[in-house]
Design a protein. Structure first.
Length: 179
């Protein structure tokens, strides 16, 4: 009978120690905001749709001004349906690039650096209908002073499409670039 009594006290002591550790343990947790995946989906969608607009313009024999007009309307539509988003669409090849840009004035200017040339600074909904000369084979897009530059390599004869979507939400900044 004495052996059973010692087992009882041992089990009781283990339970009491377990309860004390449970009460004194510190509970650490970290929380983070849910990532806004709409920015990434939007950049893919704009890339896909703009490629279809350019392809159909070439297929139906439209001139560059008409293709630019369709792209201008496409970017304007995406800008209205996704209000806090900034969208930069740059397309062309080494013979010339065209720019369609939608940035909100509160986000500042977008700087487009084209190799050796001085670059273009744009804001608001703007399109550059004249071809932009690219001799270095690289395009650099700077969304604002605090963001790192996005550098794209330009192919020779093929049509290149670069889409950058920038969105600020709850103090977080999301940037998605499609090549």
């Amino acid at each position: 009978m004495l052996n059973k009594r010692g087992q009882f006290y041992l089990i009781a002591a283990i339970i009491i120690v377990g309860v004390l550790f449970g009460l004194t343990a510190i509970y650490n947790s970290a929380s983070s905001q849910k990532e806004d995946s709409k920015v990434y989906d939007l950049s893919k969608e704009v890339d896909f749709e703009s490629a279809r607009v350019i392809d159909s313009g070439i297929f139906y024999g439209r001139n560059q001004s008409e293709i630019n007009d369709y792209l201008y309307r496409l970017i304007e539509y995406y800008g209205k349906t996704n209000p806090p988003s900034n969208i930069v669409l740059l397309y062309g090849n080494t013979k010339g690039f065209y720019l369609v840009n939608l940035t909100h004035p509160s986000h500042g200017n977008v700087q487009i650096n084209l190799g050796s040339s001085s670059g273009i600074s744009v804001t608001g909904l703007a399109t550059n209908l004249a071809p932009i000369d690219i001799s270095s084979g690289k395009v650099q897009i700077v969304l604002n002073k605090n963001a790192p530059p996005l550098i794209f390599n330009v192919g020779n004869e093929a049509q290149n499409i670069y889409v950058v979507v920038d969105k600020e939400l709850n103090g977080e900044r999301y940037i998605s670039a499609q090549k």
